[in-house]
Write a protein that binds this ligand. Structure first.
Ligand SMILES: Cc1cc2nc3c(=O)[nH]c(=O)nc-3n(C[C@H](O)[C@H](O)[C@H](O)COP(=O)(O)OP(=O)(O)OC[C@H]3O[C@@H](n4cnc5c(N)ncnc54)[C@H](O)[C@@H]3O)c2cc1C
Length: 434
């Protein structure tokens, strides 16, 4: 794969997400060769994927080319490829573009959607973990409305115009809120021949509250905001089956809908090769306080794929799978690797939690900064500002800001394109395969 030979230690990073980027950047001045692999040639800003899937933003404003991130970093090599297997006894990785030896290996491979073993849900629901899935969801939503205009069958029309979001975390709350705004401000103008009062949006959460991990007041306010926006919030509602037309819940009830949006959780994702004994709850790799993988001196894991249980009294089961944890672990490992090379003592990880927030819609958000809690317009402005700051690349920040200002004043969503081939005979079927 044409990585130059070097007498410097080679650090191989699997994944150019929040953690991988921070680590690779942090090693710019360390005398090592850094090789970063990602199966995408871009970094995805996952917190805004829901805006892509609800036609608020175009995908290239929330994704950033990885080569551009590192264009001024001479010790860094990016390779577009999938890492398939790790062979620790040979210090080697096998990838879709060939094998490569490493001196230090870092798993920063993030997570994947957790369907909790429900095959019917995995087969028929729409996940939202990548740019392509978000685009697929956008097409599905818009296509459902196009199909609703074609049918004379009232039952089928209702199924097409019913959208069920599962998962009461920030992603589910944000998606349900965004669908409600799409209904109110866009779809009723685009589809005057449909009675938009028929459009139903459900948000289902298996536990008794929304936004677990935030304060009670944030969870309650999110319910109130969503109900105000016409979303049916069902708490204590656990899905057990979805055949593409009916969602069955564990309490025996059912909702007729063709679109189930799955935002109910994630599990760690990694290539094969790590000893099963090192894999813990949530399919995450067990690491020590220095992000070292159990049983290995030169293999590390950071971010969503890493679990660090028992090192911090605040997180006995490991840290939350959120971007700041991944970024801070990446930054710390970038400080610790030079210490390892110099034989110095390492700095343990201590998560600095700046707080949490979620937005529900225009002027509606909830923010918890430890004991300081606020909701409404100010929280919404704080949410917008923080997400703009976190986005990678000046162009992306500018484009997203312009889009938000435009959407705010025009009430419009400019990117409502169905980006799938038109296949007539598939028209009334589940279009996932297209
Ligand atoms: C819809 C959604 C909304 C979210 N909203 C928020 C939020 O508002 N705030 C927040 O803090 N967090 C949020 N998160 C969580 C946050 O995105 C993750 O915690 C964060 O991305 C973890 O960073 P990471 O570096 O561990 O992994 P990621 O950022 O997921 O990066 C992993 C990278 O590894 C690559 N990769 C994986 N396997 C391989 C392989 N075998 N070979 C090559 N490349 C590979 C992937 O392509 C990816 O680029 C959200 C997540 C989702 C899905």
């Amino acid at each position: 794969m044409n990585i130059p030979k070097t007498d410097k230690p080679r650090v191989v990073i699997i994944g150019g997400g929040f953690g991988g980027i921070q680590l690779a950047r942090g090693l710019a001045k360390t005398p090592v060769q850094v090789v970063l692999f990602d199966r995408n040639n871009y970094h995805t800003f996952q917190p805004l994927l829901y805006q892509v899937s609800t036609a608020g933003l175009e995908p290239d404003s929330i994704a950033f080319p990885l080569r551009k991130v590192f264009k001024k970093q001479p010790n860094m090599f990016f390779r577009w490829g999938n890492v398939e297997r790790v062979v620790p006894e040979k210090n080697l990785i096998e990838t879709s573009i060939g094998d490569l030896e490493y001196d230090y290996l870092v798993f920063a491979s993030g997570s994947t959607t957790n369907f909790f073993g429900m095959k019917s849900v995995a087969d028929n629901a729409m996940p939202m973990k990548s740019v392509s899935e978000a685009l697929n969801l956008r097409s599905t939503v818009l296509q459902a409305f196009e199909q609703a205009t074609l049918t004379d069958d009232a039952k089928e029309r209702q199924e097409l115009m019913t959208f069920v979001v599962v998962g009461g975390g920030p992603t589910g709350v944000e998606t349900a809120g965004a669908l409600s705004e799409l209904k109110k401000h866009v779809l009723q103008h685009d589809f005057p021949e449909l009675d938009l009062r028929l459009m139903r949006i459900y948000l289902l959460e298996a536990t008794p509250r929304l936004l677990n991990g935030m304060s009670d007041v944030a969870g309650e306010k999110a319910v109130a905001f969503l109900q105000e926006m016409g979303v049916n919030v069902l708490l204590g509602a656990a899905v057990k089956d979805f055949d593409g037309a009916t969602i069955r819940l564990q309490d025996g009830s059912a909702i007729a809908s063709k679109t189930l949006i799955w935002a109910a959780g994630v599990v760690g994702e990694m290539p094969e090769g790590i000893d099963k004994a090192a894999i813990v709850r949530g399919n995450r790799i067990n690491v020590d306080a220095y992000n070292r993988v159990q049983g290995h001196k030169n293999i590390f894991a950071i971010g969503d794929v890493a679990s660090m249980p028992g090192t911090d009294e605040r997180y006995p089961n490991g840290h939350p799978m959120v971007a700041p944890v991944a970024m801070q672990q990446g930054q710390l490992l970038a400080r610790n690797l030079p210490k390892i090379l110099a034989g110095q003592d390492l700095e343990p990880f201590r998560y600095f939690d700046k707080g949490s927030m979620a937005t529900v819609g225009r002027n509606k958000a909830v923010v918890d900064i430890h004991k300081v809690r606020f909701q409404g317009w100010l929280a919404w402005v704080a949410w917008l500002g923080l997400h703009l700051l976190m986005l990678v690349g000046f162009r992306n920040k500018l484009v997203v800001m312009i889009n938000w200002v435009w959407n705010y004043f025009s009430y419009d969503r400019g990117t409502r394109l169905i980006v799938r081939p038109y296949i007539k005979e598939e028209r009334n079927k589940d279009v996932k395969a297209a």
